[in-house]
Each structure stands twice: as C-alpha cells, then as structure tokens.
Ligand binder design. Structure first.
Ligand SMILES: [Zn+2]
Length: 256
C-alpha cells in the first residue's frame, strides 16, 4: 500500500532524475486524458510533487497525476534500457532526452492542465503533512469535525491526506489514543498529539525511504500482534476495525 511518504519519495526521485528534460514521447493507457497527449511533446519536466497518495509530474503548464493504490509501481530507466516488467502492465511511459519513467499497474493516470488538476485534487483532500502548504489548524478542524471513530478518521483523506494503515496504527499508539474512541470524546490535547504524530511520523517514514532504508524498525505495533508492547509489555492485540475492516493493532493498556 502506498502511503504519503512513499508517494513523496517517488516524487523526489522523479524530480532528481527527470527535471529539465524535454519530453520526446508520452504513452498513456488511461481514460483520464483531459488534454491531448501530443501537447506534452516538447514540454520540459519542471518538477514532481506528491499530494496525499498522489504523485504529480509537472510539464510546464501540464501535469500527469499517478495514483498507485495497492499494486502500482514506478520505474526510472535510461532511454533504451529494457523494461523490467511485462508490457501488458504498462500504464504510462514518459520519455525525456536521457531518461524515461514507466508506471506499471497504476490504476489512475491522468493528464491535465497543472492548475486545474491541482485545484481538483486539493478540493478532495485534507492537508498533507509532507507538503510546504501543510496547515495544522485546518487538520485540527477537519479531525475535530469528523463524526465517528478516530481510527476511521485518520484514514479519511479529507481529514489528513496521505495516511495509510501503517501510519494510522503507529500514530494512534504514539499518541496513546484507542482507535475505537469517538472523535467527539477526544480532548484538545489528544487531537493535537495525533496531528503532531501524523506529521512527525510521516517525515520519519519519508527520511528512511529517501535513504533506501526499511521502515520496519520504526514500527512499534504494526504486525506485532501477541508481542509485548514496547512501552508496558502487555501483548499487542490485532483486530479488524469496523466499518473499515482494516487491520488494527492496539495496546489495550497504553491506548485509552
Ligand atoms: Zn502498552
């Protein structure tokens, strides 16, 4: 599952590799081509960024949006280098003068005007802790305004963009909040702790990914069912939280 830090790490790699290159060829297998792909030819790659779990490659006034969901991936190649995966899996090929980007199995590939695409994306997403326009107050309002369980709220991309199931579990543990709590029952201090942990942990995940390191050493509860809680020693419980039916790991002693 691609979470915000993975999307951001992809964006950083794409920018490092392709920024400044002029597009020679664009192939996209998608129904979301809002402008003609031929318009991208001759445009320069001017940057890449992430917004929640989306990756946006900017080509001057145009942009390509990728969302990888569960099984998508992006590879960067030298021109002429053979593809590492079967052609049937290819959804996007973007060729510059020396490098090419290939997206495999990405369920969303979209081509549009940059401003229009970003406006549309931002309208559907909450603040993103990995972006320069991160807005703590807005995240606070969105979280406090959520009706339901806090464990569900943290996965809602309109509350905070980019959190996936691993981050959600680890944030709740660090903030010492039980996932079954109703958001309206949380104190202001608890809500602030959750949002601070969301930002801190997203940044920590990203730093590891950029160094090519695994995130496993950061995980205190995720996939650690029946093992002792690192804080109190009580066994960590695994259950599937309703109604989202996602794997949920909790220390019933530390998380209240
Ligand atoms: Zn504990």
């Amino acid at each position: 599952m691609v979470e915000g830090p993975t999307a951001k790490a992809y964006a950083v790699r794409i920018e490092n590799r392709l920024k400044g290159e002029v597009i020679r060829r664009l192939y996209a297998k998608s129904r979301r081509l809002h402008v003609s792909p031929s318009l991208a030819i001759g445009k320069m790659v001017t940057g890449a960024e992430s917004l929640g779990k989306n990756i946006v490659v900017r080509l001057e006034e145009l942009a390509i949006r990728l969302h990888l969901m569960m099984y998508g991936s992006i590879h960067l190649y030298e021109l002429g280098e053979p593809l590492l995966k079967p052609e049937a899996m290819v959804r996007l090929i973007l060729e510059g003068e020396g490098s090419k980007l290939v997206a495999y199995n990405a369920p969303i590939v979209e081509l549009d005007l940059y401003e229009r695409l970003m406006t549309r994306l931002k309208a559907g997403l909450g603040p993103d802790p990995l972006r320069p326009d991160w807005d703590f107050e807005k995240a606070l309002r969105r979280l406090r305004g959520f009706k339901g369980k806090v464990g569900v709220a943290l996965l809602d991309q309109q509350v905070i963009a980019g959190l996936g199931n691993i981050l959600r579990n680890e944030i709740l543990f660090r903030a010492e909040v039980h996932p079954e709590r109703q958001v309206r029952s949380l104190s202001l201090d608890e809500v602030c702790r959750l949002i601070e942990e969301a930002k801190r942990l997203s940044e920590e995940f990203l730093a590891r990914k950029l160094r090519g390191e695994r995130i496993a050493p950061l995980l205190k509860v995720y996939n650690r069912q029946r093992q002792p809680c690192p804080r109190c020693g009580y066994p960590i419980k695994l259950y599937f939280q309703e109604p989202i039916k996602r794997k949920t790991f909790v220390c019933e002693r530390c998380q209240r």
